[in-house]
Write a protein that binds this ligand. Structure first.
Ligand SMILES: [Fe+2]
Length: 448
């Protein structure tokens, strides 16, 4: 029996496997691209280490890709088969992975919380819970989860910085920007290469309309991102959002091509249809087109990937983004098949099914109707659920693009009541709507 860096027992007798376990967890917490190497080294060092198989399954599930689920389910089976000497905590992790692969995220989250009650420094249970609360729209639970464990952590513990990075993001998404920024800055003081902490503070600045601060913040940290995974792309997307708010659209497109949707980069080529990369790209193209910017043929490759993912609804928030690409590329037949896929998934029993059926489907139908110029239909589809789109997971900054879909329809349809509705929702955040690029014209229109 070895122990992890928090003193928790892990059921391997191999010191080499235990060391690789530590490196794997650290790489995950720091959002680094070398995670796969450390995971492979751990699996190789002790092929009988069941918990290592469980980790493999977890990381495969993080892709949010239907085609990858059988690989994760196999890893869960292997973990179970090798769990004769596993600790109770490790077996609970396998339970959580089983639930996750079966589409029962509510159960997976409950198991992670149960683990944390007994082991508040189980950084894997904590970090997976944080991530999945976020991606299921449960931001209050995301906040409660981190605040339950925070008092049990000291600055000396490995992972303390990443834990503060999570506190930062949880407070930001629940509107406490001062606490959020302080926590994020503390994490960056500990490690300037902490991408999630850099990201949390970037969100604070985005929501407060501090574009220049945001550019300075991210440009001061970007030299640390080289070892980073795709979260790096998302940070560049945030930087592009600031430039967008400054109406620096050429810079936005340059960042699109060179940084967050660089199709030639090894990182993009390793996962060309990675969901957050797709969200970044599609939402930015949509924003730019609304401002009259010609985005040339950039929708095409996203539409190609969207066709390959028809029927895959694991990432509910990505669905309207796939639809933006199919609609923009004029692929109506594929768009219809994607909607059929959502209906079929929505009839299922997974914990994501109601969100796909009740939110992602009408929003995606509205995205298609918007592209067809059927603005009233799009408004009717989105109006009942507009305040609830966060059930799909994703941040306030990301959901802004869905509000802009609705606003664009309302403007084009000349519906002042709908403009008022969506401006009211956007005004819940501190950046004044009349100063925001996507909203200024609408705000002017209502003030006359
Ligand atoms: Fe973000």
């Amino acid at each position: 029996m070895q122990h992890d860096s928090h003193g928790l027992p892990i059921s391997t007798s191999s010191a080499e496997a235990a060391a690789a376990f530590g490196r794997t967890v650290e790489s995950y917490l720091k959002a680094r691209v070398d995670l796969r190497d450390h995971l492979s080294a751990m699996l190789k060092a002790d092929p009988e280490f069941g918990f290592a198989q469980c980790l493999k399954g977890y990381f495969v599930m993080l892709l949010d890709k239907q085609a990858a689920v059988p690989v994760a389910a196999e890893a869960a089976k292997a973990a179970r088969r090798l769990s004769a000497n596993a600790t109770t905590r490790e077996k609970m992790h396998i339970d959580a992975l089983d639930a996750w692969t079966a589409g029962d995220l509510r159960r997976a989250l409950a198991v992670w919380e149960e683990i944390l009650l007994a082991h508040p420094t189980d950084v894997l249970a904590f970090r997976f819970a944080h991530y999945k609360y976020f991606w299921t729209g449960r931001v209050r639970d995301m906040l409660a989860s981190v605040e339950r464990i925070a008092p049990k952590w000291s600055r000396e513990l490995p992972g303390y910085g990443p834990m503060q990075g999570c506190r930062c993001f949880a407070h930001e998404e629940t509107g406490d920007y001062a606490v959020a920024e302080a926590a994020g800055r503390e994490a960056i003081e500990i490690d300037p290469a902490d991408l999630w902490a850099a990201h949390g503070v970037a969100h604070v600045m985005e929501m407060q309309g501090r574009s220049r601060d945001g550019i300075a913040w991210l440009s001061g940290l970007e030299r640390h991102w080289e070892p980073g995974n795709q979260l790096r792309h998302h940070l560049w997307w945030h930087r592009a959002l600031y430039h967008f708010e400054q109406r620096e659209f050429d810079e936005v497109l340059a960042l699109y091509d060179r940084q967050f949707r660089n199709l030639g980069s090894p990182l993009t080529q390793s996962q060309p249809d990675y969901i957050i990369d797709i969200q970044n790209a599609a939402s930015m193209l949509f924003r730019l087109e609304r401002q009259g910017v010609d985005v040339a043929g950039r929708w095409t490759e996203i539409a190609d990937k969207a066709e390959q993912r028809i029927g895959d609804c694991l990432s509910a928030f990505t669905l309207p983004h796939w639809m933006m690409a199919l609609a923009a590329a004029g692929r109506d037949d594929a768009a219809r098949r994607m909607l059929d896929g959502m209906r079929a998934f929505g009839d299922g029993t997974t914990s994501t099914a109601p969100d796909v059926r009740e939110i992602a489907l009408p929003v995606s139908q509205a995205v298609l109707a918007h592209r067809h110029g059927d603005y009233v239909k799009a408004l009717d589809l989105m109006r009942p659920i507009l305040p609830d789109t966060q059930r799909l997971g994703g941040s306030h900054a990301q959901h802004d693009v869905l509000r802009q879909v609705f606003l664009d329809c309302a403007m084009r349809a000349g519906r002042d009541d709908d403009i008022r509705l969506v401006l009211g929702l956007a005004a819940r955040f501190p950046a004044p709507v009349e100063q925001r690029v996507g909203y200024a014209e609408a705000a002017r229109r209502l003030s006359h």
